[in-house]
Write a protein that binds this ligand. Structure first.
Ligand code: ARG
Length: 565
């Protein structure tokens, strides 16, 4: 039984009119650990009991059975509970050691589907740091959802449709070199695109050619189709290389082109409901009652837009996955756009529009510089990851030159460092990226957390103990409490991260756990002769539990945990 359940039961015996669940939901975690492990506010009792909350708290605290607690104390309108440390600590440790993989998991989802769209780079354009943010935040959210019993459907909504593909084809027909494309598809195709845009100023006929090629593509012209799928394939291959480095796997790569085939349905509904209004030749949906700018669905030249594809996409996902929630991990700059999308779906009569969640995030700058594709000021994600791995390899060889699988560990540390950095701040805050800061072994970094755990693992190896099943866990004492009680907060932390779509809650938790562990490790004698054998084993069990929980927390963030580094 965990600490909170003990508190709920003790309270319920003195509140016979209440059910266990009713008591349970009212129990809080005091912000300050000095105020106890749990607290129960008595405000809601004041009305029925016709007494001041302070008095109620004092009276109830008197009556409560204290056997399982060190102390039960009324402070103002609160009853504060201090758990019996060795007993409660032993219970937490036992739960972790019995099933480390599932520790902290809850079945809140009952297997319900959550459509989870993230990454979503554009074909023939490099994947930038914004796409990295989307990829990492999205992957972490998917993992957190899984932990809580939901079934995330991982979708990479590729930007593989639009007039720019017409331009790309026109450019290819003029300057294309197949060997260059095979060698470095994304940069080569991008260079054609940049060139045709530049030269179109002097050759306006290029724009016309671009439009014609896109029209051909829309009408299923064989050559246009062939070029489109070739460009798409070579680009996707490069993206998949990056996903491989990050250990991210999608269930679906259906992008804008797939949705472009399904646009009749949303347009029909919009027309039937009289929602399309003519405006300067275009057709728009008025969203004034939502205080939002109007949405252009059909352009004056009759072609549909990005939003029409998104309307079709949203409907397709509802039909295919019958989602509980439909998440879009996309940058902050598209905030209004997603509000419009949701409002438009609502106007169309879909009550599930409210289940659309835009998980937005702030910009990432690099060494203080803003990134911009248009200005050519982009960094290549693959290069960043490779540089980070090199830096990690250098640091590891200084620290531990005899490490056997140094290359593999350098990958786990270097890539983990970039990912951790991306996730440790609240997603909507802007962040700056500097490789030197990110790969440090001290400070609030991924390697710091990984290293703390590796130290623990090394101690466990030295001890030679692998099985903790018959260790007397109640041998732990006050020194362990800070660390062990904090591990008891893991499940609540995951739940909060899930409810707020905020992986940083997990990253911060892992940092704090690593910090507490390092402090414990520095102050507590473990593998020494004059420590009682049973106490020694209980302490090692604590180390083992910490290692499990750190590994689990890092896994939720898609960061690996090497046993040695
Ligand atoms: N491809 C877009 C970009 O790179 C992101 C797609 C966002 N998702 C959506 N359903 N509109 O900016």
């Amino acid at each position: 039984m965990n600490g909170k359940q003990l508190v709920a039961e003790a309270l319920q015996t003195v509140l016979p009119d209440w059910s266990l669940e009713e008591v349970d939901v009212k129990i809080e975690r005091p912000k300050d650990e000095k105020l106890g492990d749990y607290a129960f506010p008595t405000f809601t009792l004041a009305k029925t009991m016709r007494k001041a909350p302070n008095l109620i708290a004092a009276e109830l605290a008197e009556k409560i059975d204290q056997t399982n607690f060190e102390k039960v104390q009324a402070v103002g309108p609160y009853i504060n509970f201090f758990l019996n440390k060795s007993q409660a600590g032993a219970a937490i440790l036992k739960e972790i050691l019995a099933d480390p993989e599932n520790y902290g998991a809850r079945d809140l989802g009952h297997g319900r589907n959550v459509s989870t769209e993230y990454s979503s780079p554009n074909i023939a354009k490099p994947m930038g740091m914004g796409h990295l943010r989307s990829t990492m935040i999205g992957e972490a959210i998917a993992r957190i959802l899984e932990k809580e019993g939901f079934k995330p459907i991982r979708i990479d909504y590729l930007g593989d449709w639009g007039t720019q593909f017409g331009k790309m084809m026109a450019a290819y027909k003029m300057w294309g070199n197949d060997a260059d494309i095979e060698k470095d598809p994304i940069n080569t195709l991008l260079s054609y695109y940049v060139r045709i845009n530049r030269e179109a100023e002097e050759h306006p006929e290029y724009d016309e050619e671009g439009r014609e090629w896109f029209a051909k593509l829309e009408h299923g012209d064989e050559e246009a189709k062939r070029l489109w799928s070739w460009f798409r394939e070579v680009s996707l291959e490069r993206f998949k290389k990056v996903y491989g480095m990050l250990d991210v796997n999608f269930d679906s790569f259906t992008g804008e082109a797939f949705s472009a085939q399904m646009m009749d349905e949303p347009i029909r509904i919009l027309r039937e409901k009289g929602l399309l209004v003519k405006s300067q030749g275009a057709e728009i949906v008025d969203l004034e009652k939502y205080n939002l700018p109007p949405l252009m669905v059909i352009k004056s030249n009759g072609t549909s837009t990005y939003i029409t594809r998104d309307l079709a996409t949203a409907m397709y996902r509802k039909k295919t996955y019958d989602f509980y929630k439909s998440i879009y991990v996309v940058g902050q700059e598209q905030e209004v756009y997603f509000q419009q999308l949701r409002a438009c779906l609502k106007e169309m009569g879909f009550d599930w529009a409210d289940d659309i969640v835009h998980v937005s995030f702030g910009l990432m700058s690099i060494n203080g510089q803003k990134m911009s594709t248009r200005k050519g000021n982009v960094v290549n994600l693959e290069d960043v990851l490779n540089e980070s791995v090199d830096l990690a390899r250098k640091q590891i060889s200084e620290k531990n030159s005899s490490l056997k699988n140094a290359d593999e560990v350098a990958k786990q540390v270097g890539i983990g460092a970039v990912v951790f950095h991306d996730l440790k701040n609240y997603r909507r805050n802007p962040i700056d990226f500097s490789l030197e800061e990110v790969v440090k072994f001290e400070g609030e970094t991924g390697p710091y957390v990984q290293y703390a755990r590796a130290r623990g693992e090394s101690l466990l190896r030295k001890s030679g103990i692998k099985d903790f099943s018959d260790v007397d866990l109640s041998k732990i004492g006050a020194e362990e409490w800070d660390l062990v009680s904090f591990m008891g907060r893991y499940a609540d932390t995951i739940q909060k991260a899930m409810e707020t779509y905020d992986p940083s809650a997990i990253a911060k938790y892992s940092l704090e756990l690593a910090k507490r562990f390092n402090k414990y490790y520095a102050h507590t004698r473990i593998l020494v002769d004059d420590v009682d054998e049973d106490v020694k084993k209980a302490r090692l069990a604590v180390v083992q539990a910490v290692s499990h929980v750190i590994k689990s927390a890092l896994a939720l963030l898609d960061v690996k945990a090497p046993d040695e580094m």
